[in-house]
Design a protein around this ligand. Sequence first.
Ligand SMILES: Nc1ncnc2c1ncn2[C@@H]1O[C@H](COP(=O)(O)OP(=O)(O)O)[C@@H](O)[C@H]1O
Ligand SMILES: [Mg+2]
Length: 260
Amino acid sequence: MTKIIAVAMQKGGVGKTTTAINLAAAFGEMGYRVLAVDLDPQCNLTQHAGFDPDNLSPTIYDAFKAEIEGYESNVQGSIYETDEKFHLLPAQAELSLIELALINTLSRERVLTTILGDVVNHYDYILIDCNPSLGLLVVNALTAASSVIIPIQTEYLAARGALMILSSIETVRRKKLNADLVIDGILLTMADTRTTLTRDILAAIDNQYGSGIRIFEPIVKRSVRFAESAVAGQSIIVYDSSSQGAEAYRQIAKQIAKGA
Ligand SMILES: Nc1ncnc2c1ncn2[C@@H]1O[C@H](COP(=O)(O)OP(=O)(O)O)[C@@H](O)[C@H]1O
Ligand SMILES: [Mg+2]
């Protein structure tokens, strides 16, 4: 059974792309067959994987365009091997047009599910890097996914509505778009310390949303190596294999793989 993980959070700069690529690399290192999907018109995952989104065709955009226009998407042609142990379904800037085009599309929430249907059996893990919104692309990701990881930049949680993504997940379940959607957990990123932060955040989540959402351990500490690895077009797993950051993502991938 393929596990499709959406990495989603409506705010930008919280570590979604970093989490998607590094979990993809960690699963790949473990020997699993992995596909990383860039569902953000900003194309950060595509760049992070070492590709130039301005000179890449076809991409996931072509697959969406085909489905919206009533053709078969044939996504296989838009999947690329990377220098690392995962495949990439990249994005291009025009993907931003899809958000609007979807509005008038039949079964508009299920287009990504259809697109991935052709290749889902080729992979053990599919990681979907979402754009920072609660729009139709994200709803497509939540509909296609078996589970969600929610990265949160640690200072951010105090703000009200920090976890609006949880309402979107609830809506997707309630509307039967994906009744079985599971939350893998909240991943705290860019943490400076571990002091009382985790406890405070747990309390805040319990307060607002009730208990039962796991906070991944270890939390991912702040390190300049992440930004460096993005510039180098490599996962941190390859860029700095023995770093604390690489080890944190490896441990989280192992927990997910164990179903723990
Ligand atoms: N643990 C971390 N420590 C320091 N910088 C990080 C960490 N995780 C991500 N970053 C950097 O923070 C920026 C935003 O991260 P990114 O994963 O692109 O967020 P998002 O996809 O949610 O917008 C990027 O420059 C990334 O390299
Ligand atoms: Mg991103």
